[in-house]
Design a binder for this molecule. Structure first.
Ligand code: GLA
Length: 393
């Protein structure tokens, strides 16, 4: 239970972190970058599902040039607008312009909350306390991203969060026992915050009434030049990971933690995503590009540690990610195949976006040596990831 935190100390640390980003902000302050306004949050109706459920869209602005849109369907981050090095704004998150597209176009998990179990479980099978469970097999022979109707396709209840220095949205969803064949009623809460420091902070929280497994993440695809502008192969990626979990041909970890040194998996120094993506390296053939879990180099199990940094030389936009998770899935948009039209009206083709999904390792329930993803009654699943946006010259 190494990675499931439940101590008062952790709660205290989170409170401090939140307070740290919420230093009193005057309503409008003048700086050399122009007028800053307080963060705002607004709601409108994004659409209605076939069963008549209204889906709301929340627009969060931070008064520092960022605007983030989140919908209650799937807890999806629909868009992230950030300025480039010249102050020009673009939407850097792949997605759709309408609810109808999210409902009918077989979204490859654009921007959503993934659960109960992010990434794959071999053949959809696991054993917990001697009981065998069979989950949906929805990705070749394996279970992927929570099954046929995962958290990405559920409607989340939303509550606005207003704090000095941040606005946010607290999304909650109660997954009944047996949903998608997972045991235990899982009460999940995901809080998104947009801060005046140009951060999106995501806090995950879950409890259960019976032993279960849980692994939550967010599946935003980024293109720092703007969604729909082409591939992300020129983006430079740094991953704070000396090891990764190699996979078999069905993308299930073999169980070993291999060094990245001397392979195209080595992103310890910023390297263009496309520089080695066509190398004749077995793992890249299996993934049709990068689709691998990297084992983050961390000093402890609980702090927000540096995980990744990506920069786009053309626009100058950067994103730095910190997380409490032990791993991160780097996916180079390999399965985007030109069949979807994104928010801005352009077709998404292979490599037009990348995802960095902070997580416990894929198939952990079948690998006792991996950090545990088991959650038991009385315990609190608690984790967080922070995306900090900026620019370089
Ligand atoms: C994750 C998986 C990929 C793929 C994408 C969505 O990144 O690891 O294999 O399923 O989600 O298409």
């Amino acid at each position: 239970m190494k990675w499931i935190t439940r101590t008062a100390a952790t709660l205290g640390a989170i409170t401090l972190l939140v307070l740290g980003t919420t230093a009193a902000t005057p309503a409008a302050t003048q700086t050399n970058q122009g007028t800053h306004h307080s963060p705002q949050i607004e709601k409108d109706v994004f659409g209605t599902t076939p069963d008549g459920t209204r889906i709301d869209r929340y627009t969060l602005t931070n008064g520092r040039g960022m605007r983030v849109r989140i919908i209650t369907y799937g807890g999806i981050i629909q868009s992230i607008e950030t300025p480039d090095r010249h102050g020009r704004t673009a939407n850097i998150a792949l997605g759709f312009g309408s609810l109808d597209d999210y409902l009918t176009k077989n979204s490859p998990y654009f921007g959503c909350i993934v659960g109960r179990y992010a990434n794959r479980i071999a053949k959809g099978r696991f054993t917990l306390d001697g009981v065998n469970y069979q989950l949906a097999v929805n990705n070749g022979e394996n279970h992927l991203h929570g099954g046929n109707v995962g958290f990405d396709k559920r409607v989340w209840r939303a509550r606005e969060v207003r704090e000095p220095g941040a606005v946010g949205l607290r999304l909650t969803y109660v997954s009944p026992a047996g949903e998608e064949n997972y045991p235990g009623t899982l009460s999940a809460a995901v809080t998104y915050r947009l801060t005046v420091h140009n951060e999106i902070r995501v806090d995950y929280h879950a409890t259960t009434d019976a032993p279960t497994i849980v692994n939550l993440t967010n599946h935003t695809y980024f293109n720092l030049a703007g969604e729909g502008t082409g591939t992300i192969y020129d983006h430079k990626l740094m991953l704070n990971a000396s090891r990764y979990t190699p996979v078999d041909s069905t993308l299930i970890p073999t169980g070993s933690l291999d060094p990245v040194a001397g392979t195209p998996m080595d992103f310890r120094h910023p390297t263009a995503i496309g520089a080695r993506i066509r190398d004749n390296f077995q793992q890249l053939l299996f993934g049709q590009g990068y689709d691998h879990n990297f084992v983050l180099d961390r000093r402890d199990d609980t702090s927000l540690a540096l995980a990744a940094r990506v920069s786009d030389p053309a626009s100058g936009r950067t994103v730095t990610m910190r997380t409490k998770e032990p791993g991160i899935q780097f996916y180079s948009g390999n399965f985007l195949d030109g069949t979807l039209v994104g928010t801005g009206g352009h077709i998404y083709r292979q490599g037009d976006g990348f995802a960095l999904e902070t997580q416990h390792f894929p198939d952990s329930p079948n690998h006792p040596s991996f950090p545990s993803t088991v959650l038991r009654p009385g315990e609190v699943y608690q984790t967080a990831t922070v995306y900090q946006f900026g620019t370089t010259h």
